[in-house]
Structure formats: structure tokens, C-alpha cells
Design a protein around this ligand. Structure first.
Ligand code: ADP
Length: 294
């Protein structure tokens, strides 16, 4: 008691020593750990209280997870609220008055459509996150890196053409043993961003390299770049560099956190380097073992 000096813990111990059934007490240590202390009397054979036993449970990790879950729900609700408010507002305005005003009708309907598309993307990304977190087994198979990357580029050819973005691929004949759908998901999210945050007529350079650290894929773009202060946070859920502008442009704010999850769940790492105004390079490294060269 002299060491701990905590009023409610002392109260609980004194209560236990009096033979009372005392409730557990929560305390936070100076180092920030959250403990739950439960004091109970220990009686002799004759029923006399001889001493008290206090059991401490360290709840730090549980409380941290609870807080993350609550924050996540609050964030998700907030992300849904903005487009939903807009859809409702414009739909009501259309119903009330602007129905005969064809110029505005079209504009309002386009806003409703844009916000519905964003909501749909949000739901899809949340489902992907849930799937990644459901601890489904990682299914590793041999993947030809060039083939996988070329497929991802092909899927976006129209987007690339629309923005006149040139993609350069440098890939030796390397194979990795990885979960194909997770790796494809991570690459596609990086590629989508490299297009989205690029300037018209810009460049994307994808290079695959192998070292003793593993097989690495760099996705480098000539886009807006990311300020140094934001670099460490872009992999967080819903983190956007320019909040309103990037949400306006249809991003869910989940792409990079999904990519990170998809890569780390198979033992890989993902990182970013960027220079404002020049571009960004995202790098995925997959562990070397087991991996073969063809
Ligand atoms: P979003 O759906 O908003 O693109 P992401 O998780 O994919 O969400 O990215 C988080 C934020 O990081 C983006 O909002 C954007 O501000 C920034 N970002 C991501 N990739 C790039 C990039 N290649 N160039 C510049 N900024 C980027």
C-alpha cells in the first residue's frame, strides 16, 4: 500500500480486510498502463479474515483495441454522413422546387450520382478491409511479377489514355511466392493513386528489383507529391493529405491502408518516399524466402 498509494485501491484492500466483497478497481500507472485490481479476503479455517489478495489484470491492450474500434466506427459514420447529407439535400431540393428547372436538375442529379458512387466505393473498401482482417488463410502461389503488373496496367489503359499518362515497366523475369489476390489488390491501389494524383501527360515508372531483402516493386509517379509531415500517416485509415479536395475527387481514404494490410499479411512491407511537386514512390517488398528466379 505504501508503494502504490492509490486511494480507491487502498479502499478496496481495506474493504477486503474487513471481509467485504469489493468491486474491481481500475487504475492507470504512471507509465500509462491500465490495470484492473480485484481485492478479496483470505480467511482462516475458522472464518477469520487473515489477509487480502489483490489480483491485477493488465487491460492496456484490450482498452487500446476498444478505443481503435470506437474511433473506427466514429470515422466510418462521419465518412458516410457527408455524402448521405448531400444526396438527401439535393433529392429534397429536386422534389420541392427545381424539378422544372432542367439546367439545375442535371447538376443536382450529377451530384447525387457522384456521392452514390463514393458511398458504393466506401462500402466495397470496407468489405475488403473486413475480409483482410478476417484472418482468412494467406494463399501463396508462384506469381510471375511481369505478368501480374502488366495485367494491372492493362486494366487501367483507358484511364491512362484519358490522362495521357505514360507507364514504363522495368521487370526482370522474377517470380515470387505470394497471395495473388492480395498482391494484386495492393498493386492496383498504388497504381490507381499514381494515376489519380498524377498530372495530365505525367509519367509512372514501375520497377521490380530483387535484393537480399526480398523482391521489391517501386511505383513512382510524377504527381503532386506528399508533404513530409503527412508521409508517415498516409497508410492510416481515412487519412487524406488535403481532406476536402481528395474526398471531393472520390477517394475513400482507405486505399493505402488496404494495400498495407494486404502486403503485411503476407510478411511484406510497404513504404513511401516523396518530394512535393515532383512525385511519390511507393515501394512494396516481399520477403525473399521462399522465392525463385526463372
Ligand atoms: P484516397 O482514397 O484518398 O486516395 P488512399 O488511402 O489511397 O486514399 O491515400 C491516402 C492519401 O494519401 C490520399 O488522400 C492522398 O492525399 C495521398 N496520396 C496517396 N497516394 C498518393 C500519390 N501517389 N501522390 C500524391 N498523394 C497521394
Amino acid at each position: 500500500m505504501e508503494l502504490v498509494r492509490h486511494a480507491s485501491l487502498e479502499g478496496a484492500v481495506r474493504g477486503a480486510l474487513r471481509g467485504e466483497d469489493v468491486p474491481a478497481v481500475d487504475l492507470t500507472t504512471r507509465g500509462g498502463r491500465v490495470l484492473s485490481a480485484k481485492a478479496a479476503p483470505v480467511r482462516s479455517l475458522s472464518g477469520q479474515v487473515e489477509l487480502a489478495v489483490v489480483v491485477f489484470h493488465d487491460l492496456t491492450e484490450i482498452r487500446r483495441t476498444e478505443k481503435m474500434r470506437k474511433d473506427f466506427i466514429a470515422n466510418v459514420s462521419h465518412e458516410f454522413k457527408t455524402p448521405l447529407t448531400s444526396i438527401r439535400g439535393y433529392a429534397e431540393t429536386l422534389l420541392d422546387s427545381a424539378a422544372h428547372d432542367t439546367e439545375h436538375t442535371r447538376e443536382f442529379l450529377e451530384t447525387i450520382q457522384r456521392n452514390s458512387v463514393l458511398l458504393q466505393a466506401l462500402v466495397e473498401d470496407l468489405l475488403v478491409l473486413a475480409q483482410l482482417e478476417s484472418e482468412l488463410p494467406v494463399e501463396k502461389q508462384t506469381i510471375q511479377m511481369r505478368e501480374l503488373i502488366e495485367e494491372q496496367i492493362r486494366l487501367r489503359q483507358r484511364l491512362l489514355d484519358d490522362k495521357s499518362i505514360h507507364v514504363e515497366l522495368e521487370c526482370p523475369p522474377v517470380e515470387v511466392l505470394a497471395d495473388r489476390s492480395r498482391l494484386a489488390r495492393a498493386l492496383s491501389n498504388l497504381l490507381d493513386n499514381a494515376i489519380h494524383y498524377n498530372k495530365p501527360g505525367g509519367q509512372i515508372r514501375i520497377s521490380v528489383h530483387s535484393s537480399d531483402r526480398g523482391v521489391g516493386v517501386d511505383v513512382a509517379d510524377s504527381g503532386s507529391g506528399i508533404p513530409q509531415k503527412d508521409l508517415a500517416r498516409v497508410f492510416e485509415r481515412f487519412y487524406r493529405v488535403e481532406k476536402s479536395r481528395t474526398r471531393e475527387s472520390g477517394g475513400t481514404g482507405l486505399g493505402l491502408s488496404i494495400a498495407k494490410h494486404a502486403v503485411e499479411s503476407q510478411g511484406g512491407t510497404i513504404s513511401v518516399a516523396s518530394k512535393l511537386g515532383t512525385g511519390s514512390t511507393f515501394t512494396i517488398v516481399l520477403p525473399l524466402n521462399p522465392q525463385r528466379f526463372s
